[in-house]
Design a protein around this ligand. Sequence first.
Ligand code: GCO
Length: 443
Amino acid sequence: MKNKKLKLSNELVQKNADGFNESNNPESKKLIFPSGFLWGASTAAHQVEGNMKNNWTKWEKENAERLVKEAKTKWQPWQQKKFPEMFEPKNYISGQACDQYHRYEEDFDIVKKLNHNAHRFSIEWSRIEPEEGRFDEKEIKHYRKVIQALRARGIEPFVTLWHWTNPQWIEEMGGPTNKKFIFYFARFAELMAREFFGLVNFWLTINEPTSVISASYISGIWPPQKRNPLIALKVYKILSQAHNQAYETIHSVSQNVQVGFANVLVYLNPVNKSSILDRLTVKIGNYFANRKFLNMTDGYNDFLTLQYYFHFDVAFLATNNNKNEVVSDLGWEVYPEGIYHLLKNLGKYNLPIYITENGLADAEDEKREKFIKDSLLWTHRAINEGIDVRGYFYWSLIDNFEWDKGFWPRFGLVEINYKTQERKIRSSALEYAKICQENTVKI
Ligand code: GCO
């Protein structure tokens, strides 16, 4: 595998006449990105801010003990040994998280120091509208300061409006299983567009609809833990309409902003290319995981996004045949090449593309630098083949609360000490900072 990758990277460099310069060392190459390329990292309110009151906070308290018990069977012995926090209930309770609600200035100073020129974060709906129709001025003011703090540092904000958490009143009416979600979400989006008019150019309505559909309504591991494919289909419809309506309401405030949604895609590959059944399984998987939501929002996106974590070698009735030669702390396969194939597919829609998440859990920071460089190498290849990729956001800026897995997976460019809230920049972050500064990846 290693050799194959090396060969591919040489091939990539040699094939492309544009976009890279030879340096003095014939072994090292420079991959130059288009000018104006956006470089940054992503976060989400629930995972970093602390002190939330939403559907997840309630669920965490009710499920922490159960998640502790399940850790024994869910994770491999090496993971259990390396991350004993998974056996403590507090691991599963977001609590103060990274206290970013109070420390955003400090975190944005780090963003600046790391040469990022863009940053993605989310606004927490449950703070803005804690009860139906009651909008909290103090919280609106808070997020205005957050956005201004980015602008003051010359950093372009990418703002997500729904990163999975619901105000409790929305949850109680069924969250995205209730059609009313569409109206309430579009109203919230319009308010945000009005309040932050002139401050935000890029809006992301919904984060990873297919992740929430599958984890909440198919496998049922996330709140509200309903396993029902019919409900899952309904949620596709409601979330896509919520996006489409929010697209309209945001644009009713301003024609100059750009609106999209944060889209996770999975790279599926048939194990046996000549097997009809393997190819059929890939086709069905591609439809539900990669195409359906895009189709349902066709005409309502000013740009497309890619959040890439997973590749699967798929056979009939056996969807994971991965080689797993390199894995993250979560045991997820590291497969940077997938980003290239997914970008090539997205290119068919003829819209600008931003990679709004791509990252791995790596507490020791042993694999992150290579992961980022390899992912960018494959991204550069897609760009050189004509795909209009305009930005890359690593997930995540700081370690954070990884949903039902809690705090132990460490995705951050910056390490968080959850006892002291001390921030420590990892060495891969400094390597990424060089890339951001030079707009160039050296391989
Ligand atoms: C997602 C979410 C993030 C996750 C990240 C790592 O894409 O799943 O946007 O909230 O933390 O992806 O799993």
